[in-house]
Design a protein around this ligand. Structure first.
Ligand code: MV4
Length: 662
């Protein structure tokens, strides 16, 4: 390691934090780079030094290789780790780092280039004896020739953009009759997406699995494989679940795939961490797909089953050291699964969510659970970057035990302040098809209805716990006897609280709950039913210990303004407390701000910018759910700016006008 003493991480979020942890453990000093949006980010706080590199947009900061190299020079770093994404597979950047006399923690630029073009990569792999899907990837793009090649391969065939990747520009042709139209469509999409309409043709595999081999090569010409990962559960070519080893993998197939992956790496003079992706067909034949010349997001599952730190391997190999272990010294122990926690709303087509993480708790880390994150409670998930919140990795001695660990870990994951994909991941982990390892790239397509059930109104126990938490939080001091004398004075508390709950984004449906305060607890009435409740709310951590009709239950109850987040029985529930006195319009003016209470369209602006207004004065009219909603000034004050125009569509929760209370 002597050659490297200080490493700059040219990335952000969880991978920046993850690399920094290993670098620090190895005694290296660490340098972070950050954009305006990340000035208070976790990776900046963790680093020994941090250099500002520009505005929030990645193209003005994290993608500016020259600024990153200048930052490394200025901070005295002698190596740069690119993480993944951003510049991690940019050959020109790798070259510029080396030209600046710094160590690029990654493969030679020539290896990055060799794997950059799909057709060129396949030609190289063919020469190295790596199995390819039967197909055509030649330079001659004559349409008659392509049609003849398709007929030779045999239908169905898959037409892929040569300059493509990540599944863009792929078209299936089931028969010869369909081929011309499918070819034209694939070429159009390739031209539009990549500026290059060249295509390759392959035998179409109907239900392949995505199995990838982790390879590692050093600068002395040695290369090993650290077994495989199954990443078949994807959505729109974004991995959702990754696991190691691949369920049901035949050891002989594993050895052949590993040997093919090592051959692929050696064929391009590879150095460092790399991943060779294969399609594994149901008959156990496997075919090269592409090679990723970087450390992958899912590398922790490989680390878990081999007890290796791949970033330590990267740093040591980049410093010129030989591979830490030989192939014979590597072995698989147990089973590991990773899921990616994303700020996205599965109920809204996985629309990325932005906002502030008002509450964030992960399962306790240990020998069975690892959490890689780059955010803390209070941090914002920005629109500028990938909305990943964290990676949750579990390990156990076998797959069934690991799946059980995963379900428990997800049940203990609490994210509030924006919608996240935890319920979706929990549904996958609990699905019989997942437990049975019925894995292929169409898993989510096949089981989608089970994984994304239609919205259901909050159950009675959920509303009861949300209400119980609220009334308990209103008692001062917490958990005092509501009828007992406090300081010699009886609390003239109301006999009945009338609450109205609403779900964000679920339109106007409200769920009324009446709370009758009783000597030994509360009687909750909803939908004509009564539920006898009592309990304690710990103000320090939000743990709600409740008894519902004699049954003891625990939950976490977290309140931000009018929003209550309840984490209960492995589920996450977001409820807005409607103020029955303020009526619909009043709700939108929480906390002196004019917030859109629901998705809608601006149909009228009733004041001009800079107008002085009085409390309750109509400001803006939204059309939503076929009704008009007039939003009023929350107080006397000034409308500082109109952020939307008539005709604009607005999402729920956006601030519609700038408002300053007098
Ligand atoms: C295929 C295929 C079936 N047959 N090639 C998707 C993106 C790129 N990694 C290659 N992909 C595929 N290539 C043949 N000949 C199916 C896919 C595919 C896929 C592959 C891996 C993981 C997820 C996938 C999702 C859809 C399609």
């Amino acid at each position: 390691m002597s050659r490297i003493t200080s490493v700059l991480i040219a990335n952000r979020g969880e991978i920046a934090c993850r690399v920094m942890r290993t670098a620090r453990r190895l005694g290296l000093s660490t340098v972070a780079v950050y954009s305006d949006a990340d000035a208070d980010a976790m990776h900046v706080a963790m680093a020994d030094r941090a250099v500002h590199i520009g505005p929030a947009p990645a193209r003005e900061s994290y993608l500016l290789g020259d600024r990153i190299i200048a930052a490394a020079k200025a901070a005295g770093a002698d190596a740069i780790h690119p993480g993944y994404g951003f510049l991690s597979e940019n050959a020109a950047f790798a070259e510029a780092v080396a030209a600046a006399g710094l160590v690029f923690i990654g493969p030679p630029a020539s290896a990055i280039r060799a794997m950059g073009g799909k057709s060129e990569a396949k030609a190289l792999m063919e020469q190295a004896g790596v199995p390819l899907v039967p197909g055509y990837h030649g330079a001659d793009q004559d349409e008659a020739l392509l049609a003849a090649e398709a007929a030779r391969i045999g239908f169905p065939v898959l037409i892929k953009a040569s300059a493509g990747g990540g599944g863009k520009g792929m078209k299936v042709a089931e028969t010869a009759a369909e081929f011309p139209a499918a070819l034209a469509s694939a070429k159009r999409e390739a031209k539009a997406s990549f500026g290059d309409d060249r295509v390759l043709i392959e035998k179409y595999l109907a239900r392949p699995r995505h199995v990838e081999i982790q390879v590692f090569a050093d600068s002395q010409g040695d290369c090993v494989y650290l077994f495989e990962r199954d990443c078949s559960i994807q959505r729109r070519h974004q991995k959702v679940v990754e696991e190691a080893p691949a369920p049901g993998m035949d050891p002989a197939i594993r050895a052949r795939m590993g040997a093919a992956a090592v051959a692929a790496a050696l064929a391009i003079g590879y150095v460092g961490a790399g991943t060779v992706e294969f399609l594994l067909d149901s008959d156990n034949s496997f075919y090269f797909m592409e090679m990723n010349t970087r450390l992958q997001v899912e590398h922790p599952v490989t680390e878990a089953i081999t007890s290796q730190d791949l970033v330590e391997w990267q740093l040591r190999v980049a410093a010129g050291e030989p591979l830490p272990l030989t192939q014979e010294q590597l072995a698989i122990n147990g089973h590991a699964i990773e899921v990616r926690l994303y700020a996205e709303d599965p109920a809204k087509g996985f629309l990325p969510q932005t906002g502030r993480l008002s509450h964030l708790r992960f399962p306790e880390a240990g020998p069975h659970v690892r959490v890689d994150t780059g955010v803390r409670a209070g941090d914002a998930i920005s629109i500028h970057y990938d909305p990943m919140i964290a990676k949750l990795i579990v390990w156990d001695r076998d797959r069934a035990s690991a799946v059980q660990r995963l379900r428990r870990a997800l049940a203990e994951t609490e994210i509030a302040g924006l919608n996240a994909n935890v319920p979706f991941l929990s549904a996958i982990a609990a699905h019989p098809g997942f437990l049975a390892a019925d894995l292929d790239t169409r898993f989510i397509e096949r089981y989608g209805d089970d994984l994304l059930p239609p919205h259901a109104a909050p159950a009675a126990d959920v509303l009861a716990l949300a209400s119980l938490g609220l009334v308990l939080s209103r008692r001062e001091p917490a958990n005092a006897d509501p009828w007992g004398a406090v300081g010699g004075l009886a609390l003239n508390l109301p006999a009945v609280d009338r609450l109205a709950w609403r779900e964000p984004g679920e339109g106007g449906t409200t769920h009324p709950v009446e709370v009758e305060w009783q000597r030994d607890g509360f009687l909750l009435k909803q939908d004509g039913r009564s539920i006898k409740t009592s309990g304690q709310l710990d103000p320090a951590d939000g743990i709600l210990r409740a008894t519902l009709e004699g049954t003891r239950v625990n939950a976490r109850w977290v309140c931000q303004g009018r929003e209550v987040n309840l984490f209960y029985a492995g589920g996450t529930y977001r409820l807005l407390l409607s103020d029955p006195h303020a009526g619909r319009d009043g709700e939108a003016s929480g906390h002196g701000r004019l917030i859109s209470p629901m998705p809608g369209k601006v149909i009228a602006l009733l004041v001009t910018e800079g107008a002085d207004v009085t409390k309750g004065q109509p400001i803006i009219v939204l059309e939503a759910m076929k009704m008009e909603h007039t939003l009023k000034a929350p107080a006397d004050g000034k409308v500082t700016d109109l952020r939307y125009q008539v005709g604009d569509q607005v999402a729920e929760g956006v601030e519609l006008v700038g408002f300053e209370a007098a």
